[in-house]
Design a protein around this ligand. Sequence first.
Ligand code: 5GP
Length: 146
Amino acid sequence: MTLKAPYDPDNIFARILRGEIPAVKVWEDDHVLAFMDVFPQSEGHVLLISRTSTARTLLEIEPDALARLTEATRRTARAVEKALRPDGLQIMQFNGEAGGQTVFHLHFHIIPRWTDRSMKGHGHAPMADTETLRALADRIAAALDS
Ligand code: 5GP
């Protein structure tokens, strides 16, 4: 996929938003959805997507939708820090296949990092089981600022 291509309404995140395939949700509102990455690069890997925008990349998103998505990322990152106490956090965002993007509905990654733990490669992590992800999502949700 190049940077310039039409939005595919059947991409995996669009299907998650429509409830057609399951996801382990952390929190959601009318504008955004935070959910667990099913192939986590580290424990507590969360994805943030807009509910309202069909931007494929950062280059396309409307400023208002981006503001809501980045604020949701900040809010969720604070909760990840509070719940899991990582030593650091990586916020990642990929654009276009050549830029490492694999799902073409704009998203931000929150990847907790610990100094004594290595991170799995992007696109090379094994699938996590739902119960483990649900437990992590519940801990992160419980740590959200109101
Ligand atoms: P990208 O490579 O586009 O930046 O990131 C896409 C992310 O979506 C990857 O980290 C990948 O593990 C994750 N992912 C792919 N398919 C699914 C899925 O069906 N459910 C969830 N929760 N995450 C997915």
